[in-house]
Design a protein around this ligand. Structure first.
Ligand SMILES: Cc1cc2nc3c(=O)[nH]c(=O)nc-3n(C[C@H](O)[C@H](O)[C@H](O)COP(=O)(O)OP(=O)(O)OC[C@H]3O[C@@H](n4cnc5c(N)ncnc54)[C@H](O)[C@@H]3O)c2cc1C
Length: 402
């Protein structure tokens, strides 16, 4: 009988680990299981489009049974409730699943930094459910405002703030600023009543875009749609009626979309492994945790390389760390050299609505403009092919382009 391997989490990292395990190990070497609470891989990088109705639900999801070789992999649709490192088993529902090797790939979650009222009153922006909630909430603001005559109340309902000016926050606002045009037409609201704002604690938005001129282009483009970018503006308090900044300024709003920070999925708190202060599982260059039969990859892994550079929470990190873990599990089973992570990041492209973007690409530098959009589509098409071959490429083209 082969060794039992469980991959926990079927996001970017988990699916890549599964596909590589299938490649590196034969049926006789290993019994491979993927445990995932959803029945699809969420294409998280597209969530802002779904939240603002540019794409439908299916376009943000890759069904697991279509991208995974189910002859080789047992897919368990279920939420892990407990990982028992000592006894090498996972509990999900009423069942227990034993393992010889475990690959943890259960991702991250928003970090509210303990800001009073943030968790209770802000809309977080990380999962598909978050995107659905944002969609419902924004539409409700528009549909309910027609009953409201009071100017202050109307202003609160029609002020939309994104907290955090990293790429997720900017992509969210880029989509929202176009969507509100449509909503104004549908709900007969004067566009002049809409206030859009990004609030960022740091002196600058988009830290992943290194050149100021590209960031300025992004700000200028958003300004055309009425977006105000407030930097050096730390949020210190949030209520259902608005938020307060460190400067004392208050911003009345019913909508704060929070994308200001991430931390390891808090499911890690009950797992007996070394973790960093953001709840992520500490791994070495082989993606091994403090238990040599347990690996962690993607957003839940905390890895710092020899030059003290932390692995960022990006799709490329997820995919490359997954390959390293799969290769090392295979070498633990079959023998052979260990592989260490040599992270190669190619850059970032940030959507700002459907026809503009800014990018920081190795070899091409920083730029902003319409050209960023076809480039981002190419990246997504390449990823779709990697994950699911031509079937997923046609799905992507159908869902997003034609
Ligand atoms: C809106 C948004 C936009 C982004 N844009 C970009 C971008 O443009 N470029 C980029 O490089 N990165 C981007 N990122 C970051 C990128 O999506 C993450 O780095 C990546 O998803 C990490 O992959 P992962 O597999 O570690 O985690 P995830 O993709 O989050 O997958 C984790 C999986 O684990 C499952 N899971 C969690 N807990 C359990 C449990 N207890 N039991 C069973 N299953 C469980 C979840 O359902 C999920 O499927 C973006 C993120 C967001 C939210």
């Amino acid at each position: 009988m082969g060794k039992k391997i469980i991959v926990l989490g079927g996001g970017f990292a988990g699916v890549e680990a599964i596909q590589k395990l299938v490649k590196y190990l034969s049926k006789d070497d290993a019994e491979i299981t993927l445990m995932e609470k959803d029945d699809a891989q969420t294409f998280r990088t597209e969530l802002h489009k779904f939240a603002c109705e540019r794409i439908d639900l299916n376009a943000a999801r890759f069904p697991l049974e279509k991208i995974i070789d189910t002859k080789r992999v047992d897919i368990v649709k279920g939420e892990a409730k407990k990982v028992d490192i000592k006894n090498k088993k996972i509990v999900s529902g009423s069942k227990e699943y034993g393992y010889d090797f475990l690959v943890l790939a259960f991702g991250s979650e928003p970090n509210f930094f303990g800001i009073p009222g943030m968790k209770e009153n802000a809309l977080s922006f990380w999962t598909l459910e978050d995107a659905k909630k944002i969609n419902d909430h924004v539409k409700r603001c528009f549909s309910d405002v027609k009953k409201v005559k009071d100017a202050n109340e109307r202003q609160k309902m029609l002020t939309f703030v994104v907290g955090g000016g990293g790429f997720t926050g900017v992509e969210m606002m880029g989509e929202l600023m176009r969507w509100v045009d449509k909503l104004c037409r549908t709900y007969l609201v004067d566009r002049k009543e809409i206030k859009l704002m990004i609030v960022e604690a740091l002196p600058r938005i988009l830290p992943n875009i290194s050149k100021d001129s590209a960031v300025q282009k992004a700000i200028k483009y958003m300004k055309k749609y009425g977006v105000e970018v407030k930097t050096n503006s730390m949020i210190t308090n949030v209520s259902k009626d608005g938020l307060t900044l460190k400067s004392g300024e208050s911003i009345p709003t019913n909508t704060l979309i929070w994308s200001g920070g991430v931390q390891g999925n808090s499911f890690s708190s009950q797992i007996d492994l070394n973790k960093d202060k953001r709840g992520r599982i500490v791994v070495n260059e082989y993606m091994e945790s403090s238990d040599p039969s347990v690996y962690a990859i993607g957003d839940i892994a905390s890895y710092v390389d020899k030059s003290n550079k932390p692995m960022p929470g990006l799709v490329e990190s997820a995919m490359q760390s997954a390959d390293v873990a799969a290769s090392n599990v295979a070498s633990q089973i079959k023998g052979g050299q260990k592989k260490s992570l040599d992270l190669k990041l190619h850059g970032n492209i940030v959507y700002i609505g459907k026809s503009y973007g800014v990018a920081n690409i190795n070899g091409l530098g920083n730029f902003g403009g319409y050209i960023a959009i076809p480039m981002k589509h190419l990246v997504n098409i390449q990823h779709s092919f990697h994950v699911g071959g031509f079937g997923m490429v046609f799905k992507y083209l159908g869902d997003q382009i034609f």
